[in-house]
Design a protein around this ligand. Structure first.
Ligand code: LLP
Length: 438
C-alpha cells in the first residue's frame, strides 16, 4: 500500500494535506511518507522470515539522512556504492557491519575508508579490483571481506539502461569464469572470501527472472560454501513498483494495478518465487532493494507557472524541471501526475473535463518534460501538482543544471511533517567555486 490519498478533494500524504506542505516549504519539494516506506520494509522482512536474512537497503535510491535513519532504526543494513554513501549511512546511525560495498570503480580512498569502518563485504566486479583491494588491505595489515558479483546472464525485461544481469553489460563476472576468479581470490592473502552476489537489473516487474537467476546460481553457492565456507548469498535488488495509475487503486493490492504496464509483483509473489531455491542453501540471504521501499513512498510537488498554447499543442510549464527529476527525460519513464486539489478537475456539471497537454519544466532543453500529450484535467496558473512515485531515483539524481537550486525534501509521519533538506539558495550555487591560483 501507499499512503497518498484524496480526502475531501485534497491530496493527503498520511494525515497531512499536501497543499500545507507546499505552502510552508514552497515548490518544487519532494515529500516522503515514512509510513509507506516502513510498511514496505516490514512486509519484505516478514516475507523473508523463514530465511536467515539481511535487508541491505540500496542507499542510492534515496539517500537523505532522515530516510536512511528510518530504515536503520527498523534494522536495515545498507547496500552502498561510494564512500559518500557510507559516510551518509554512518551519519544516519547505520551499522557498517551491515553494509555491503558494491560498484565497479571503487577508489583507493573509498576502499581504505570502508576497511577502516569494517564493512560486511566488498562486492567485487573484476580481477583488477580484487587485486587492488588485496594490495590496499595488505598495506593496512587488514583482511578485506569480499564477495564476487556473478552475472547469471538472465534477461530481466526492463529498460536497457537499468538491466544488468546479461553478459552484454559491464556488471559482474560470467558464470563460465566465476570459479577461476574465486580461486585467484583465495590465493590473495589479504582477502577473505565471505559471499557471492548477483543483481540482474532494476524495476523488474515479474518474479520469474529472479527465481531463474537464483536457480542458476544455487549450484555455484553450494560449491563456494563447500570450498571457502562462504557466509552469504546476496540476490540483489530490482523489485519493481507501480508507476502507472499509482494513485487510484484501493488499499492492500495496489501493486496489482496495471493500466497498460505489467503489474509489479507483491512481496508475497517475490518471496514465493525465490524462497524454494534459497531455503536449503544454508547461507545467509541478503537482498538489496532500493526503489521498492521508497519509490511509491514519495512525490514531487510542483506548481504550474504558465499555461501556453502553440498551434494545436498546449503546455503547462511547471516550476520543477528535469534537473529536479530526470527519469522522464533519461528513461522516458512514466510518472502519474495528479492535481493536489481534486476539484480543479470538475466542471459545473460535476463531470471531469480533460484535455491533452505536455507538462514541461523551465529548463532550456526539449527533453525537459514530465509528461507528453497527457490527458489531464484543465490546468491553470498556480495549480499545485503531485508527480507520483518519485521517491526513488528522484532527488538523488537531481542536479544544478541551469543554475537551479536543488529542491527541498520533506518527511511526513502521521499528522506531522518536517523539512529533511532545505531548499538550496542562490548562494549555495557558487559556494566552493574559487579563483584560480595561477
Ligand atoms: N543492487 C545493485 C548492485 C544495484 O546496482 C542496484 C541499482 C540496486 C541494488 C537497487 O536496485 P532497485 O532495487 O532500486 O531497483 N536510476 C534508475 C535506476 C538505477 C538502478 C541502479 N542499480 C532509475 O531511475 O530507474
Amino acid at each position: 500500500m501507499h499512503l497518498f490519498r484524496y480526502r475531501d478533494g485534497q491530496l493527503y500524504c498520511e494525515d497531512v494535506d499536501l497543499a500545507r506542505v507546499a505552502e510552508k516549504f514552497g515548490t518544487p519539494t519532494y515529500v516522503y511518507s515514512a509510513g509507506t516506506i516502513l510498511d514496505h520494509y516490514t512486509r519484505l522482512d516478514a516475507a523473508l522470515a523463514p530465511l536467515d536474512h539481511l535487508i541491505c537497503y540500496a542507499a542510492k535510491a534515496n539517500s537523505n539522512r532522515a530516510i536512511l535513519k528510518l530504515l536503520a532504526d527498523a534494522g536495515a543494513g545498507f547496500d552502498i556504492v561510494s564512500g559518500g554513501e557510507l559516510f551518509r549511512v554512518l551519519a544516519a546511525g547505520g551499522d557498517s557491519a551491515k553494509c555491503t560495498f558494491a560498484g565497479v570503480g571503487k577508489s583507493r580512498e573509498e576502499i581504505e575508508y570502508a576497511l577502516d569502518q569494517r564493512v560486511y563485504s566488498f562486492n567485487v566486479e573484476s580481477e583488477a579490483e580484487l587485486d587492488y583491494i588485496d594490495r590496499i588491505a595488505g598495506a593496512k595489515k587488514a583482511h578485506a571481506p569480499i564477495a564476487l558479483r556473478a552475472n547469471p546472464d538472465v534477461e530481466s525485461h526492463t529498460h536497457k539502461y537499468i538491466s544488468t544481469g546479461s553478459h552484454e553489460n559491464k556488471f559482474g563476472i560470467g558464470l563460465d569464469r566465476i570459479a577461476a576468479v574465486y580461486e585467484q581470490a583465495a590465493k590473495m592473502i589479504n582477502l577473505e572470501i565471505v559471499g557471492v552476489q548477483m543483481h540482474i537489473g532494476s524495476q523488474i516487474t515479474e518474479a520469474a527472472p529472479f527465481a531463474k537467476a537464483i536457480k542458476k546460481l544455487a549450484p555455484v553457492v553450494r560449491e563456494l560454501k563447500a570450498k571457502y565456507g562462504i557466509k552469504f548469498f546476496s540476490t540483489g535488488g530490482g523489485m519493481g513498483i507501480i508507476y502507472r495509475r499509482a494513485l487510484e487503486s484501493g488499499s492492500g493490492q495496489w501493486w496489482h494495478d496495471h493500466g497498460g504496464e505489467p503489474a509489479a509483483f507483491s512481496v508475497r509473489d517475490y518471496a514465493d518465487a525465490v524462497m524454494p531455491p534459497l531455503l536449503d542453501l544454508n547461507v545467509r540471504i541478503l537482498v538489496e532493494p532500493g526503489r521498492f521501499f521508497v519509490g511509491n513512498g514519495g512525490v514531487l510537488l510542483t506548481r504550474v507557472r504558465y499555461v501556453k498554447k502553440s498551434g494545436a499543442k498546449k503546455f503547462a510549464i511547471v516550476d520543477a524541471g528535469m534537473n529536479d527529476l530526470i527519469r522522464p527525460a533519461l528513461y522516458h519513464s512514466y510518472h502519474e501526475i495528479v492535481p493536489v486539489k481534486q476539484s480543479i478537475t470538475s466542471t459545473s456539471k460535476g463531470k471531469n473535463k480533460t484535455e491533452k497537454i505536455d507538462i514541461v519544466g523551465p529548463v532550456c532543453e526539449s527533453g525537459d518534460f514530465f509528461a507528453l500529450d497527457r490527458e489531464m484535467p484543465q490546468l491553470h496558473e498556480g495549480d499545485l501538482l503531485a508527480i507520483m512515485s518519485a521517491g526513488a531515483y528522484g532527488f538523488v539524481m537531481a542536479s544544478n543544471y541551469n543554475s537551479r537550486p536543488l529542491p527541498a525534501e520533506a518527511l511526513v509521519r502521521g499528522d506531522k511533517f518536517g523539512l529533511i533538506r532545505k531548499r538550496q539558495r542562490w548562494e549555495d550555487l557558487v559556494r566552493g567555486e574559487v579563483e584560480a591560483e595561477w
